[in-house]
Design a protein around this ligand. Structure first.
Ligand SMILES: Nc1ncnc2c1ncn2[C@@H]1O[C@H](COP(=O)(O)OP(=O)(O)OP(=O)(O)O)[C@@H](O)[C@H]1O
Ligand SMILES: [Mg+2]
Length: 477
């Protein structure tokens, strides 16, 4: 009997090795595809050693060591340590061997990274099996089965399990236990139409649940603080990004973020004009006035749809004038224009001969509840609304060069509730949790905002360019 059983453990072992190699290949494939292999850490050493082998530096090193050993000990103890020459190969074969070694070394970093990731995954699977057992998460004697565990970003992953009858509420009830046993922070447990499958979004390194902005005076000259990310404080320069879209379901933290950004802009840009337009007219303006009341800044507040729409129309009209002034001065943007103006003053012996109308200040227009502009509001003049829509559209398209920047907050920036041309011209997006996958995709292009924990106030994703990064936004005040 024992004799008969012998081949099976061996076959099982071979099977495990094949499975491990396949898992490493998959990790490597996804790592390269998503550009997640930290090449500088894993691959550069192999590439450098490969170059050394091709350039015969091993011989140089070996010869130096021989000289050193003769100098130090008077012996030739290291004289036989040449890497390839000790094999006594013909020059042709030696070249081939060197090339083969170099190729292996070239790719060694990637292979090692894939193997490391597969090993990490395997040990995670072991812990998962233990955790499900310890949490007694089973139905009819069957534990949930592993389907996949994929990377969402550098710090978050999505674990997909076949539930075999274990309900979402049972998973939720054991969240803390699973977190402790798996040594991760569970961000969200999601069950879609297919009740047989559950997605557990978890983070290997969680962000703080509350972040306060310190030393706001750091963010001068158009810079706005966005939040605290895995790499520390995250801020952007509005002169560089142009405009920002702030999206997310109700209660996520949009207005709070607008207040943080506006007060920082007000504090650090005394020469700029700031407009805070709150279409719904809540407490936001009052909070801001309390915060920046004593600062030497220039904020114009408007509350309610009509007043905000009128102000936007005026700003849209003013933009036309600004663009004409820039064109007349042959300036490509506001910075260029201001440089030319300074040069002009110097030419005139320091005398400022500019007309009042030509003194252009940078403008920051912050709009809360912008969706109100795209819904039919009874009693609101249609012309006023249409002019405001045209103005926002124009500012989004042409404002950046003219030094007019938008920060626009709306719950759902999808085609049914927001102007898509405006959205296309707001390249930087701060998105708080979204209630559905579709809403998240409409806002940030992926379901990342749906995978945020909606119970953590102020938690959001930041998207500028292709990458999407999770952050904790700063709490106002
Ligand atoms: N960064 C944050 N840190 C901690 N708590 C926050 C943060 N941002 C918001 N909150 C809390 O969440 C609450 C709701 O925030 P806020 O009013 O900004 O949401 P909102 O997205 O504007 O919602 P709505 O769409 O309904 O206007 C705030 O009262 C505040 O207590
Ligand atoms: Mg709000």
């Amino acid at each position: 009997m024992e004799e008969n059983e012998k081949p099976w453990p061996l076959a099982k072992r071979i099977g495990n090795v094949i499975q491990f190699a396949w898992s490493a290949t998959q990790e490597l494939y996804h790592g390269i595809k998503k550009d997640r292999v930290p090449a500088h850490r894993w691959c550069i050493p192999g590439i450098v050693i490969a170059l050394m082998v091709v350039l015969h530096w091993d011989e140089v090193i070996a010869r130096s060591m021989v000289s050193l050993s003769i100098y130090l000990f008077g012996s030739e103890a290291f004289s036989r340590i040449h890497l390839v020459p000790t094999l006594n190969l013909s020059p042709y074969t030696e070249r081939k061997v060197r090339h083969a070694i170099a190729y292996l070394l070239l790719f060694s970093g990637w292979v090692a990274w894939g193997l490391y990731r597969a090993w990490q995954k395997n040990s995670f699977l072991d812990r998962l099996t233990d955790a499900l057992g310890a949490a007694r998460l089973l139905c009819n004697g069957r534990y949930p089965a592993f389907i996949e565990d994929v990377e969402i970003d550098e710090h978050s992953r999505r674990l997909r399990l076949r539930t075999y009858g274990v309900t979402k509420s049972e998973f939720l009830a054991t969240t803390e236990k699973l977190e402790a046993l798996l040594n991760v922070t569970i961000v969200r447990i999601i069950q879609e139409e297919d009740k047989g499958i559950v997605d557990i979004v978890y983070s290997t390194q969680d962000l703080p649940r509350i972040a306060y902005l310190e030393r706001a005076e750091r963010f001068d000259n158009g810079k706005v603080p966005i939040g605290f990310g895995h790499n520390g404080d995250l801020a952007v320069d509005l002169r560089h990004v142009g405009h920002i879209l702030v999206a997310g379901q109700t209660g996520g933290g949009k207005s709070n973020s607008l207040k943080v950004m506006t007060s920082t802009l007000a504090q650090n840009n005394p020469n700029a004009e700031i407009f805070f337009l709150d279409f719904k007219g809540g407490m936001e303006s009052a909070d801001l006035k309390n915060e920046v009341g004593n600062m030497n800044c220039n904020i114009v507040y408007r509350e309610g749809s009509e007043a905000c729409a009128k102000k936007l129309s005026d700003l849209g009209e003013a933009l036309k004038g600004r663009l004409e002034v820039l064109a007349k001065a042959s300036a490509s943007n506001l910075d260029d224009y201001q440089k030319k103006q300074t040069a002009l003053i110097c030419q005139n012996g320091g005398e400022d001969l500019r007309q009042d109308t030509e003194v252009l200040k940078r403008q920051f227009i912050v709009i809360d509840e912008a969706a109100q502009l795209y819904v039919k509001e009874p009693g609101l003049d249609r012309d006023v609304v249409n002019n405001a829509r045209v103005a926002v559209n124009r500012i989004a398209r042409q404002g950046r060069a003219a030094g007019v920047h938008l920060i626009v907050a709306t719950q759902k920036p999808d085609s049914s509730s927001f102007d898509q041309t405006v959205k296309a011209n707001l390249p930087a997006i701060l998105c708080f949790p979204m209630a559905t996958q579709a809403a998240s995709v409409a806002a940030v292009g992926t379901k990342r905002a749906y995978e945020l924990n909606p119970d953590i106030k102020g938690r959001a994703v930041w998207k500028f360019g292709p990458s999407v990064e999770e952050i904790q936004t700063y709490l106002f005040n």
